[in-house]
Every structure is written in C-alpha cells, then in structure tokens.
Design a binder for this molecule. Structure first.
Ligand SMILES: Cc1cc2nc3c(=O)[nH]c(=O)nc-3n(C[C@H](O)[C@H](O)[C@H](O)COP(=O)(O)O)c2cc1C
Length: 339
C-alpha cells in the first residue's frame, strides 16, 4: 500500500476504534428552539428539500468527505454513493491525494460513479496539495476523472501540524485555490476538518470568489486527537481541543455569507436532528456528517446508515412543524434562545 493509502486506512481504523472526539460539543445543545404553539402549517406538507448550486436535494444533509485510496474504501464509497442516490443527497469524496501519486487507487473513487452515475459528487483535495503549482494539472485531471459536480478543498493546518508525516507549509494555499478555481466551471467549496472557519478567513475566501464554505467546526471528530493516536510522542489536551465550535463559526458567518451569496454548510460534531435543524436556523443551507455515518456503517451496514439518516430527518420535520417552518428556508428564520 502506498503511504497515502496506508494513512487513510489508519484514519478510518482510528475513527472506528478510538475515542477521538472533542471533549465539548459543537455548541448547538446550548440553544433551544422557541416553541410555536400556533404553527399554522400542515405537518404532511412540510418540505425538507433544498436547492444547492441549482440542484434540488431531498434533505438539507450530505455525507462529508471520508475515504478512498485503499481496497476496503472502495466498498464503503460504492455503498455510500448508492445510498446518496437513493436518498437524493450529495456526497463528498475523501481526499483524492492518493490519486495524484498512484493511478491504481482511482477505482476506489470511481466506484461512486459506477454504482450511482447520477449522484451529486464532490471531488476533494487538501490545502497543501493545491498550494503547489506543479500539482495543478493533476488536480484538474482527478476532478475530471470522477466527473465531479463540485470541488471541496480541505484546509487542515492543525491536522498537518500533528500528523507524523504532515506538511506544515501553508504558504500559497489561497493562491493555489484561486488558480484552481479559475480553471474550473464547477462550484468550489472550502472546508476545515474540525477546527472551524472564522469570519476573517471567510472574507479572504470571498475575495477569491469561493462559492461555498463548510465551517467543519469543533465538537465532533478531533483530527489532532486522531493524529496523536498515530504519533505516540505527542499528547496535548490543549491542541486536541483547539478550534472554533461549529455553532460559533456558523453564527459569525451567517450574515456575511448571506450578503455575499456564499453557500454556507455546517459540519463538525453534527450528532442529532437538533444539531441539523439548529444549523439551518444559524444560517447553514445544508449539513454534513462524517464519523457518525462511518460508525453506523460499521455497526449495521448501509441499511444502518439509511435508518440513521431517515430517523434524523423524521425528527427534523417534527422540529420544522413545532417552529412553524414549512420549508428549510423558513427554518433559517426560526427563533431560538440560549439555554
Ligand atoms: C474517517 C474519516 C476520514 C476523513 N477524511 C477526510 C478527507 O479525506 N478529506 C476531508 O476533507 N475531510 C475528511 N474527514 C473530515 C470530515 O469530512 C469532517 O470534516 C470532520 O470529521 C468533522 O465531522 P464529524 O465530526 O462529523 O466527523 C474525515 C473524517 C473521517 C471520520
């Protein structure tokens, strides 16, 4: 196995076996919706669909980038893609970095299109790869190979800092994203991996014309904790807990993204229907989950993931009813208070 594939395999195993979540939550549990005793809507006609970049999805939910690049990942990606097609929700591929260096890993990503030709699929590449101008042509090639509908770029300085073989040269990342975006006709989304995006970073991303921001904040999987499991010489509670909580990140970006027409995504520690609905109330247009999907898949297979997602969306509809929100846009105006 090449080193990139080996690392991805390690990440998935650690995320399945170890306690690598942040101690605190993503912050949504500090807020309550204000109950609406006169919702004046009919439960059966509540519409959970959302429009993202001109395409309609059944739910304000997507599967965040996780895997690819080694044998077992092929099965996981294929199964998840088929489910995303059935549920009509988007799927983000795991980092395609291994594809840059080793063509033999391509099938572990391409399986998504083979098993679900119609899904909305996001390509995924990391900050440090995109910062290197020598990679640009190869990055464009791997985006095209999977016929990506969107590109997601993950910016992960904390993870790289504690990754034993991490790349801590973050010079030129913004320019690299901008150069890549200028060559593409698909939407480009920038995400963190569990440390959140601040307003000033969002403003710099807006300056280069980014279409979407996924805050991927603190409160769920801690990528410094994952890397510390791979690096026995490092163990810092301080850095395991570093970052901006997802709810804090969202609230600080809500009006800016709305004004600038940047699509805002919420992820990082989304663990319940309350977290999904509160994300929408705090300005997100769609909400991503990673580790809980992997855990459900590991425990009960793809049917387990389906049951998990449908169960959560059933409760999101109930929350919509009890806040008088007939559709997802209405939920963005729902009242909430700090507990
Ligand atoms: C097993 C696993 C692998 C991941 N690999 C990637 C990746 O390759 N690219 C990426 O952008 N994010 C990756 N992530 C990060 C997630 O997309 C997400 O931003 C982060 O885990 C926080 O969400 P969560 O709390 O729901 O897990 C991965 C997450 C998991 C659990």
């Amino acid at each position: 196995m090449n080193p990139h594939s080996q690392r991805k395999h390690d990440h998935v195993s650690i995320c399945l076996q170890d306690d690598i979540e942040h101690q605190g939550t993503s912050g949504f549990d500090s807020y309550d919706f204000v109950h609406n005793a006169l919702p004046e809507i009919q439960f059966d006609t509540i519409d959970t669909s959302v429009q993202l970049f001109g395409r309609t999805f059944a739910y304000p939910l997507f599967i965040s980038g996780m895997t690819g690049g080694y044998d077992e990942a092929k099965q996981i990606n294929g199964d998840l893609a088929e489910l995303c097609s059935e549920l009509n929700i988007p799927m983000v591929l795991g980092s395609q970095r291994s594809m840059l260096h080793d063509d033999t890993t391509a099938s572990t990503f391409l399986i998504t299109r083979e098993r679900a030709a119609d899904i909305c699929l996001s390509a995924n590449i990391g900050a440090t790869e995109i910062a290197d101008p020598n990679n640009l042509d190869d990055i464009l090639r791997i985006i095209e190979t999977v016929e990506a509908n969107w590109l997601t770029v993950h910016v992960n300085p904390l993870q790289e800092l504690f990754q034993p073989e991490g790349n801590t040269n973050f010079k030129g990342v913004l320019k690299g994203i901008s150069d890549c975006k200028n060559k593409l006709s698909i939407p480009v989304i920038v995400k963190e991996v569990g440390s959140g995006i601040s307003l000033s970073v969002a403003q710099r991303l807006h300056d280069i014309g980014i279409d979407g921001i996924d805050v991927a904040g603190k409160g769920g999987t801690s990528w410094s904790a994952v890397e510390m499991k791979r690096n026995s010489r490092e163990n810092s509670e301080y850095f395991k807990e570093w970052g901006i909580e997802t709810s804090v990140s969202l609230q600080s970006l809500k009006s800016f993204c709305k004004q600038q027409q940047i699509t805002l995504f919420s992820s990082g520690g989304i663990r319940s229907s309350h977290d999904i609905a509160m994300s929408l109330a705090m300005g997100a247009q769609s909400v991503g989950m990673a580790r809980p999907i992997l855990l459900a898949y590991h425990a009960n297979g793809i049917d387990g993931v389906k049951t998990f997602i449908e169960g959560m969306m059933k409760d999101v509809r109930r929350i919509m009813f009890l806040t008088g929100s007939e559709h997802c846009e209405a939920l963005s105006h729902a009242e909430y208070t700090k507990r």
